[in-house]
Design a protein around this ligand. Structure first.
Ligand code: APR
Ligand code: PHB
Length: 396
């Protein structure tokens, strides 16, 4: 087979890239290791920056989001024994963010791919990248196995959208790659429950540990609590989870949370990770393949979307005019936004969690940083800007 761009991975990054490329008349084939059902069953965060909403709208992907999504003006921070405060993105920036689950976006992307007859080859294994180093005369191609049959796709470019555990990043020689990593000494237990959500997405700092109340719709709440790294889902039956969750929220908020049978529970470790550069020859990395953020601030999907925005513009320009200037600038441009969100999610994680090895001094500094945020409109405006998301650098 032959195409212009082979996209490895059918997560949000891969499918969105194929959609935008198609709109620019660039053809692609998507290769996905898992089944479609498996990809659609993954539960991830659900907060879309206003720039992400704009990119989805501009590309005809907002019909359902505009009906079912919940525009929101701010996020709330609460901490033990004090009054909570709202970081108001609408008041400070005139921008709202959108609560709309990543699972729903993934469904919308598959539906759009089906409508245009996009080639998405699922359940492929042994994906390998070849001649992608950009050497003169190199002709990139990708090999894979599907239904026991070996396949090969010749192409101009390869987009590595295959997540943290994918093959793409590892196809960049170690001598070229520089990796930056921070692993946090706790995980998040995430729970879905059919209960009325709190009015705002609320992040809580408490001596018992961090907690978060978010939601998917007016009947479906999503809660998280910080747990030690060695805990398993089995350690957290409902009759342990609910009292612990409520103990971390201020009393009046806890009273508004109804206990019910939970629908889904999972534990995820927290990590910050960036791999540079995001381009090697004909290979371009997007999304989790190049970087991971802890979920505090819900930046993961938003970064995948900004990477795809920059790469799709750059590829479209190259196919339109043979001008490689944006392709050459891709890594530096994408990384500016990546590091900004990596910093924000590290900051929020550090601000809101209890670290097992925190000294009394560090604890006091954390509490007084929260105090400052609560009382300073300027500090809140800076956080609001980062939470709602920085503007994309306009490529045209
Ligand atoms: N070959 C083909 N596909 C692969 C391979 C491989 N070797 N390895 C991984 N994949 C697929 C995975 O099965 C997955 O469907 O690549 C896809 C990557 O999707 P995501 O992990 O969702 O990553 P991305 O599209 O970058 O989305 C980023 O989604 O992962 C969340 O929290 C993350 O919100 C962030 C956003
Ligand atoms: C979610 O709704 O799942 C969510 C919201 C905010 C976060 C992380 C996750 O920071």
């Amino acid at each position: 087979m032959k195409t212009q761009v082979v996209i490895v991975g059918a997560g949000p990054a891969g499918l969105l890239l194929s959609e935008i490329l198609h709109r620019h008349g660039v053809e692609s084939i998507v290769l996905e290791r898992s089944s479609r059902e498996h990809v659609l069953a993954r539960i991830r965060a659900g907060v879309l920056e206003s720039t992400t909403v704009d990119v989805l709208r501009e590309n005809g992907l907002s019909t359902r989001m505009d009906v079912e999504g919940h525009p929101h003006d701010g996020m709330r921070i609460a901490w033990a024994g004090r009054d909570s405060f709202l970081v108001d993105t609408y008041q400070t920036l005139g921008r709202r963010f959108m609560v709309y689950g990543q699972t729903a976006i993934q469904e919308d992307l598959f539906a759009a791919a089906d409508r245009r007859g996009q080639a998405v080859l699922t359940e492929v294994s042994d994906v390998l990248l070849h001649q992608h180093d950009g050497a003169p005369g190199a002709k990139p191609y990708v090999t894979y196995v599907r239904d026991g049959q070996a396949g090969r796709i010749d192409c101009d470019f390869i987009a590595g959208c295959d997540g943290f555990h994918g093959v793409s990043r590892r196809s960049i020689p170690e001598a070229v790659r520089r990796e930056y990593e921070k692993v946090y000494p706790f995980g998040w237990l995430g729970v879905m429950a059919r209960v009325k959500p709190l009015p705002d997405i609320t992040y809580v700092n408490n001596p018992r540990g961090f907690a978060l109340a978010s939601y998917r719709n007016q009947q479906l709440s999503r809660f998280y609590i910080q747990v030690p790294l060695d805990h398993k889902v089995e350690d957290w039956p409902d009759d342990r989870f609910w009292p612990e969750l409520k103990a971390r929220f201020p009393a009046e908020m806890a009273a508004a949370i109804t206990e019910t049978d939970t629908i889904e529970k999972s534990i995820a470790p927290l990590r910050s990770f960036v791999s540079e550069p995001m381009r090697y020859g004909a290979l371009f990395l997007c999304g989790d393949a190049a970087h991971i953020v802890p979920p505090t601030g819900a930046k993961g999907l938003n970064l995948a979307v900004s990477d795809v925005y920059y790469l799709s513009k750059a590829l479209a320009r190259w196919y339109r005019s043979g001008d490689a200037v944006w392709l050459d600038g891709y890594s530096a441009t994408a990384l500016r936004r990546v590091w900004s969100s990596v910093r924000t999610s590290w900051y929020l994680t550090t601000l809101l969690h209890r670290f097992p090895d925190t000294s009394e001094f560090d604890q006091k500094a954390q509490e007084y940083e929260l105090d400052y945020l609560k009382h300073s409109a300027r500090a809140q405006a800076a956080l609001a800007e980062q939470y709602a998301g920085l503007a994309l650098e306009k490529a045209d």
